[in-house]
Design a protein around this ligand. Structure first.
Ligand code: FE
Ligand code: FE
Ligand code: ZN
Length: 292
């Protein structure tokens, strides 16, 4: 099982992220190159990068299983303010360069929100922006499936397909988020049916990352609030089943579940339960006690 969580990008940069991933028992991880809610970025250090590669090699983390996530404040879908749209495009270009420097192969991007524009126009804006951003030697951009909160784009397989169809590059794929899919109205309890549907519309080979999250909200709630595995409406066994899916065997599964009591990272426990495949998972109380 290729499993990890999102981790911090500390003063030690990629090395710090890798160390955190190993402390959770992970063999994959996802990081932001800085705070996800802003676009302030520190320069990347060559020496720390080399140390990170060495550390990851020693600890059996393949670069195929390391994912970057673009900050969620950039919006490629709305171009009513030309300057703001260009800022998002330029920022993402720089982010792709940072990924290239770090040998990162995949970067997850939220398609964006239409905010007042017609959906079709917004979807075309996203494709146009991506055609500006993705180069021949870029890391692959993975569009994340969204919950459909507000005017979010990419909350149906058809919308994702429309964006993909208008992107000229082959360096484009999809990241499934189980919480978002649930909130968008796709029932994760029947994952085989969902995957078949995905395969017919987009193609399973386009999936290069799965965000494995439970959801605080009901099917089709269009909310986007993540929950710890087993405490939400999707449920532990369904998520375990997705983590073990044969067709997605080589795709990294990344946990973005909330910290317990906003303090304690649940990842070590969630990863351990998934790897063991136990029917009754970790207890929240165990997490609290471990970190206290
Ligand atoms: Fe995301
Ligand atoms: Fe996600
Ligand atoms: Zn989310």
């Amino acid at each position: 099982m290729i499993i990890g969580s999102h981790v911090n990008f500390t003063n030690e940069q990629l090395l710090g992220s890798a160390k955190q991933a190993i402390s959770y028992g992970a063999n994959a991880f996802m990081f932001y190159t800085g705070a996800p809610q802003n676009t302030i970025r520190k320069p990347l250090d060559e020496n720390l990068k080399e140390q990170a590669f060495k550390y990851m090699h020693e600890n059996n983390i393949s670069m195929d299983n390391v994912i970057c996530h673009a900050p969620y404040i950039i919006n490629l879908a709305n171009n009513t303010n030309e300057e703001k749209w260009q800022f998002s495009i330029n920022f993402l270009k720089q982010e792709l360069n940072r990924c290239k420097f770090l040998n990162i192969k995949y970067i997850v991007v939220h398609p964006g929100s239409a905010v007042g524009l017609e959906k079709e126009v917004a979807l075309q804006n996203i494709s146009n922006a991506l055609n500006n951003i993705i180069l021949e030697d870029s890391p692959m951009v993975l569009l994340e499936t969204m919950a459909g909160k507000g005017s979010e784009c990419g909350c149906s397989l058809e919308e994702i397909k429309t964006i993909l169809d208008h992107v000229n590059s082959k360096n484009i794929g999809v990241c499934l988020d189980t919480c978002h899919l649930n909130d968008a109205g796709y029932d994760m309890h029947d994952f085989t049916t969902f995957l078949n549907q995905f395969d017919q519309i987009i193609g399973i080979d386009k999936i290069h990352c799965v965000h494995l999250n439970d959801s605080k909200n009901a099917l089709a709630a269009h909310k986007d609030r993540h929950e710890n595995l087993g405490l939400g409406t999707i449920g532990y066994n369904t998520l375990l089943n997705i983590a073990n899916n044969e067709q997605l065997k080589n795709v990294p599964k990344i946990l973005e579940t909330p910290y317990v009591e906003k303090l304690y990272p649940p990842f070590k426990f969630e990863i351990d339960s998934l790897k063991k495949g136990v029917e009754n998972p970790y207890l929240i109380q165990d997490i609290i006690e471990y970190y206290k």
